[in-house]
Design a protein around this ligand. Structure first.
Ligand code: DQA
Length: 177
């Protein structure tokens, strides 16, 4: 299964990637993941994106290869940074780790739960060494903190895809690009 969330907001695009089983949020193990579903989380991020001056778009996929392809294509189509919850792939996937490394944009890894306070096998993070940083344990707020971190990285890099939105009404008289 996979599902896309259309771009919302204005400014440099931030791609939000949700890995396997995160489409089941809201009914999946609420003791660890809470009761909010993916729509709720994306709605929070859309609201925050408006305040931060970035655009958010999303993909939830249960397929490792689709997440890899999305990361590798991101920079070429103008994405400035990504927020990634790899789900259980965080603990196992060298393919996803290599894709984060090859993406050429900052990637912030997020987890709803504090993976370090759970089973031992969740303590090992295979993708994280390639990420710009990791936020874990704050429920849906982990995503919001991740988006803030991604925005800060975009602003400090001044890189290819980091331009802020044009002012309303376009460029003023006498302004040149
Ligand atoms: C998770 C933590 C992972 O260990 C787990 O497999 C998930 C969700 C989190 O957001 O807390 O699917 O990434």
């Amino acid at each position: 299964m996979s599902r896309r969330f259309r771009p919302a907001g204005q400014g440099p695009p931030v791609l939000v990637l949700h890995g396997p089983n995160l489409g089941a949020l809201g009914r999946r193990d609420p003791a660890h993941y809470g009761s909010e579903d993916l729509d709720g989380i994306m709605a929070r991020l859309e609201k925050l994106a408006g305040a931060l001056g970035v655009t958010v778009e999303g993909l939830q996929s249960d397929h490792e290869g689709e997440l890899v392809a999305e990361l590798l294509a991101a920079r070429g189509r103008g994405v400035a940074a990504a927020v990634l919850n790899p789900g259980a792939l965080a603990h196992t996937s060298y393919a996803l780790r290599d894709a984060v490394e090859a993406a050429g944009i900052p990637v912030v890894e997020v987890h709803l739960s504090n993976v370090h306070a759970r089973e031992r096998w969740r303590h090992r993070l295979a993708v994280a060494p390639a990420a710009a940083g990791v936020v874990a344990g704050f429920g849906p707020a982990s995503y919001e903190l991740g988006l803030r971190a991604a925005t800060a990285l975009i602003r400090s890099s001044g890189g290819a895809n980091s331009a802020p939105p044009d002012p309303p009404g376009g460029l003023g008289p006498g302004t040149r690009r």
